[in-house]
Design a binder for this molecule. Structure first.
Ligand code: URA
Length: 215
């Protein structure tokens, strides 16, 4: 799931160092009230050269305890889906829109989303994925405010800068609701052909024109 060799060679050590700084800033962040109740921050993990970034809503209990994204029940389901569709978790980057657990897994509040957005934006700029998969309504709303996940899940959307976004149901919602689980699987099935297209040098959705990595 890494970028092509040519792309990878363009990923500077500066970008990796800056990403490490962003993650260090997240670990000591006090920008919103979630700092008071978290155990660990969860900046995200995976390949810094991935074409594919998964963005969830916010850490749950297990993630808060261990500081790693999607390692609880939702994460197990995501891992099953990755295995079913030939995606190696180590080859993608996984994060969430907020990096600290909202108490009792409530939805993140607007000031929390606002405070944390600087980190997500920088992660996207530095990793520069071609495909962003939003997991759940809150993450979808970052790109499609007012969109209904039941209507737009699985749709491939050009979001500019050589990127496409595909809204998925949240894995926790898929686990609760069998039709949504089926939809999640169907949406996941769209990823391997898109990745293959990228590996063959084609651009899914918008073209790769003007991308930083291809300069
Ligand atoms: N749900 C999310 O949205 N993110 C995680 O890291 C775990 C569960």
């Amino acid at each position: 799931m890494a970028k092509t060799e040519a792309d990878q060679s363009q990923i500077s050590t500066d970008a990796a160092a800056e990403l490490a700084e962003v993650h260090a800033a997240i670990r000591t962040c006090q920008l919103c009230d979630l700092a008071a109740t978290r155990t660990h921050t969860v900046p995200g993990e995976g390949s810094l050269t991935s074409v594919l970034m998964f963005i969830g809503e916010g850490p749950g209990r297990e993630e808060d305890l261990q500081g790693r994204p999607f390692i609880g029940r939702s994460g197990k389901f995501l891992d099953e889906m990755f295995a079913a569709y030939g995606i190696d978790r180590r080859d993608v980057f996984i994060t969430s829109v907020v990096k600290c657990r909202p108490p009792n897994n409530r939805d993140p509040l607007p000031p929390e989303l606002h405070a944390c957005s600087r980190y997500l934006e920088r992660q996207i700029e530095l990793i520069d994925p071609r495909i962003i998969v939003t997991l759940g309504r809150i993450s979808m709303q970052r790109w499609f405010p007012g969109g209904a996940i039941t209507k737009i899940h699985g749709q491939i959307k050009d979001i500019g800068q050589g990127r496409i976004a595909i809204p998925f149901f949240h894995p926790a919602a898929a686990l609760r609701n069998p039709p949504w689980r089926k939809a999640f699987e169907e949406d996941m099935a769209k990823l391997p052909p898109l990745i293959a297209q990228l590996q063959e040098g084609e651009s899914p959705g918008s073209t790769g024109r003007g991308r930083r990595h291809q300069k």
